[in-house]
Design a protein around this ligand. Structure first.
Ligand code: 5GP
Length: 204
């Protein structure tokens, strides 16, 4: 289900944009939805973020993230290499390398960033022409279930992430479009539909 956010009236279909910023609460499935888009829609370029957190089992450098040291991350900030960055879950820093985004857009590819709310707000400042999409869980209970089900975080880490999620859910109205993640593939298709096809200009 696609719901209109604050900027699109219910009467007008959501506008399309070459750059989509996908955000939403922790464990809503942003990463899984992005992976589905990557698998089925190679025409969509998806940004690989830099992070100071350690890789999880199965995660590959340059594929899931660029895993960098604190010093390397500092240097990226110094050089102005990051389009946005944030400390997420009070734990690690995450940021979007700017160069690859510019290249993808210049080459005409639809592009997507999968980032947290703080990052989305920064991109809103510098690239207001992007389309901001909020991925929402069907319910709060479902969000908790998904977070517990993932089993990759400690109890303390889970509590921290739920606290962040509560605040993030409240930010839905800042976004152009909401997609409810009932099912991964359907959510991914809704997302791609916002990127491909003719670009319309913003009317609001
Ligand atoms: P995880 O550690 O579970 O892979 O991701 C934690 C959170 O970091 C997710 O909410 C994800 O959207 C966010 N995140 C991933 N990459 C970036 C980024 O480049 N910038 C920002 N601001 N957040 C990011």
């Amino acid at each position: 289900m696609i719901e209109s956010g604050s900027s699109d009236s219910a009467a007008s279909p959501p506008r399309r944009s070459r750059l989509i910023v996908l955000a939403g609460p922790t464990a809503v499935g942003k990463g899984t939805v992005a992976a589905d888009v990557r698998r089925r829609h190679p025409e969509v370029w998806i940004s690989v973020s830099a992070t100071t957190r350690a890789p999880r089992p199965g995660e590959e450098n340059g594929v899931h993230y660029w895993f960098v040291s604190n010093e390397e991350f500092d240097a990226m900030i110094e050089r102005g290499d990051l389009l946005e960055w944030a400390v997420v879950h009070q734990a690690a820093r995450y940021g979007t390398p700017r160069g690859p985004v510019d290249l993808a857009l210049a080459s005409g590819h639809p592009a997507m960033l999968e980032i947290d709310l703080q990052g989305a707000r920064q991109v809103r400042e510098t690239m207001p022409e992007a389309l901001f999409v909020f991925l929402k869980p069907p319910s709060w209970d479902e969000l908790v279930r998904r977070l517990v089900g993932r089993g990759t975080e400690s109890e303390a880490e889970r509590e921290r992430r739920l606290e962040t999620a509560r605040a993030e859910l409240a930010a839905e109205s800042e976004f152009d479009v909401t997609i409810v993640n009932h099912e991964v593939h359907a959510a991914a298709e809704q997302l791609v539909a916002l990127m491909v096809g003719p670009v319309s200009t913003r009317s609001d």
